[in-house]
Design a protein around this ligand. Structure first.
Ligand SMILES: C[S@@+](CC[C@H](N)C(=O)[O-])C[C@H]1O[C@@H](n2cnc3c(N)ncnc32)[C@H](O)[C@@H]1O
Length: 208
């Protein structure tokens, strides 16, 4: 939701077919370059990410995230690993809903730094570990957390299978993985409006 290039790059609608390329928005880019490109996008927007999310989604991302957090069924005895957690919305939602200790992780230190400041302001920092983590290689032991989340993050990862494998590895037996991501519009009548918003309005807003 922050950038025309990365917006809508659903892993399920990937335009990449060749082995040595991958999706970056609707473009195919060499696999080896995607991480750097994604990093540059989020480093450049970190300070404005939250306001951009509100403006570009007309605030709807807050509703999606509230529903998503409710589905996690947070409990005080459960530990959360929030992958690609950015500025912390899911982690904060989890804690406010009564969840136990949380790891707010992201590959990008600039995004996490905004998240840490928000956590301090909200008085939540005592319950959060903030860690730079590549979701494709999680530095946690097997069977160590109860919930793994990734919100609008999977599409930004180069090796999505590795993310899923790693999430499964670190989950305790009975633990659950939750992914919040863009998908297809289910109400056909809304599709033209959604496409217009995605392809005409968002790219211009992203540039501005
Ligand atoms: C659209 S933001 C989502 C942030 C937050 N989850 C939210 O919903 O507001 C995508 C995040 O994915 C992170 N990211 C990209 N590739 C990653 C990777 N391989 N491992 C961990 N985080 C990654 C970016 O740094 C960025 O913070």
């Amino acid at each position: 939701m922050t950038d025309s290039a990365e917006h809508n790059a659903s892993p399920f609608q990937s335009s990449a077919h060749a082995e040595d390329t991958t999706d970056f928005g609707y473009r195919s880019v060499p696999r080896g370059q995607k991480k750097t490109m994604v990093r540059e996008v989020f480093e450049s927007v970190a300070g404005k990410y939250d306001i951009m999310n509100d403006v570009m989604s007309l605030g709807i991302h807050r509703v999606w995230k509230r529903i998503f957090v409710g589905m996690l069924n947070p409990r005080p005895n459960m530990k959360l690993l929030d992958l690609a957690g950015g500025t912390g919305d899911i982690t904060f939602g989890w804690l406010r809903a009564g969840g136990g200790p949380a790891i707010l992780s992201d590959i990008n230190a600039a995004m996490l730094s905004v998240g840490r400041d928000r956590a301090i302001k909200a008085g939540l920092i005592g319950k959060i570990e903030v860690c730079v983590v590549d979701a494709e290689a999680i530095p946690l032991p097997d069977c160590s957390v109860d919930r793994v989340t990734i919100a609008f993050g999977l599409r930004n990862c180069t090796d999505k299978e590795a993310v899923l494998r790693e999430a499964r590895r670190v989950l305790k037996p009975g633990g659950r993985f939750f992914c919040l991501e863009f998908s297809q519009v289910e109400v056909a009548a809304l599709a033209p409006i959604y496409d217009m918003w995605s392809f005409q309005v968002l790219p211009k807003m992203g540039q501005i």
